[in-house]
Design a protein around this ligand. Structure first.
Ligand SMILES: Nc1ncnc2c1ncn2[C@@H]1O[C@H](COP(=O)(O)OP(=O)(O)OP(=O)(O)O)[C@@H](O)[C@H]1O
Length: 288
């Protein structure tokens, strides 16, 4: 396997003097071509800052990022990012097909080739029939599928995903995790996912980089030795999954895996309660 991404001695500091805040501290790692790696770390530890530096959206204070050997300075043409907030990343005035085609406008492709690439990407994410609709006519999960299709249409050397499923319900999240794994394997893509969800990092990945509290540094680099064919029920019940989840939890929280499971459950509770409250304001979360 060849190295697709190399991060060397990366530091990032916001502000200067008394207001300075070091968000990322001397991070070094590589991601091999065709690998699906997750970055998991506590809230505010610097995950998004790291991702922005990798994407060329933020210049690191020091250190270097290279993509297939080329130094990243500005957003590389063959890199795509899927963000958490699909509602803000899709253009509401463009049809779904036009949204997916949009980043291809700068490629040396004919209109027909762009249209075909967009259609193929939509088929990959199970949305072959919705090209003429507008994003606001789709469910949240479908909109996030469109964002993924838009990223895939560019056949990126590296696909970055920043908390990509944090804004959808638990069932849709499972579907999107499976979709990501399937598409990644079909296309042999290299994917780096940032998540705060321990279970998701284990289920999705070939490898997990666990980050420390702020400023982010790597506390562990774990290989996920689960079968390539995964299933949301049997994989999550397997002894290997439970052991690895416990290991990540201990590294993150320095405590029992149950504590981390409770944290993950609490996050799902919050989301479910928020959705239920929007539907019926009388619904409230029970006090623990
Ligand atoms: N533009 C900015 N200016 C100053 N400080 C910032 C800026 N962006 C982020 N920070 C700070 O840098 C630290 C890391 O932020 P970052 O968003 O990278 O963390 P994160 O791990 O992605 O957080 P979360 O999991 O909550 O999304 C935080 O303390 C944050 O307040």
């Amino acid at each position: 396997m060849s190295t697709m991404l190399e991060v060397s001695g990366l530091n990032h500091q916001y502000g200067t003097g008394a207001a300075a805040h070091v968000a990322v501290n001397n991070l070094s790692f590589t991601v091999e071509s065709g690998q699906l790696a997750s970055i998991v770390g506590p809230s505010g530890c610097g995950k998004s800052t790291l991702l922005r530096c990798v994407a060329g959206l933020t210049a690191p204070t020091s250190g270097e990022v290279t993509l297939h050997g080329d130094r990243v300075s500005g957003v590389p043409d063959d890199l795509a990012v899927v963000f958490q907030d699909y509602s803000r990343s899709l253009f509401p005035w463009l049809s779904v097909a036009k949204n997916v085609e949009f980043p291809l406008r700068w490629r040396p492709m004919s209109k027909a080739e762009r249209r075909a690439a967009a259609q193929e990407a939509l088929e990959h994410v199970g949305l072959a029939g919705v090209g003429k609709k507008y994003p606001w006519q789709l469910s949240g999960g479908m909109q996030q599928r469109v964002s993924i299709a838009r990223a895939l249409a560019r056949r990126p050397a590296l696909l970055l995903m920043d908390e990509p499923f944090a804004s959808v319900d638990a069932q849709t999240r499972f579907e999107l995790e499976d979709l990501t794994r399937r598409v990644q394997r079909e296309q042999g893509s290299t994917v780096l996912v940032v998540t705060h969800d321990i279970d998701e990092s284990v289920y999705l990945s070939d490898r997990i980089l666990v980050l420390s509290k702020s400023p982010a540094s790597i506390v562990a680099d774990l290989t996920v030795d689960l079968p390539a064919d995964r299933d949301q029920i049997t994989t999550r019940e397997s002894a290997e999954f439970v052991t690895l989840r416990g290991e990540v939890a201990r590294l993150l929280h320095g405590g029992a895996p149950e504590a981390a499971a409770a944290l993950s459950d609490a996050a799902e509770w919050d989301l479910a309660t928020q959705q239920a409250t929007e539907a019926d304001p009388k619904v409230t979360k029970p006090q623990s």
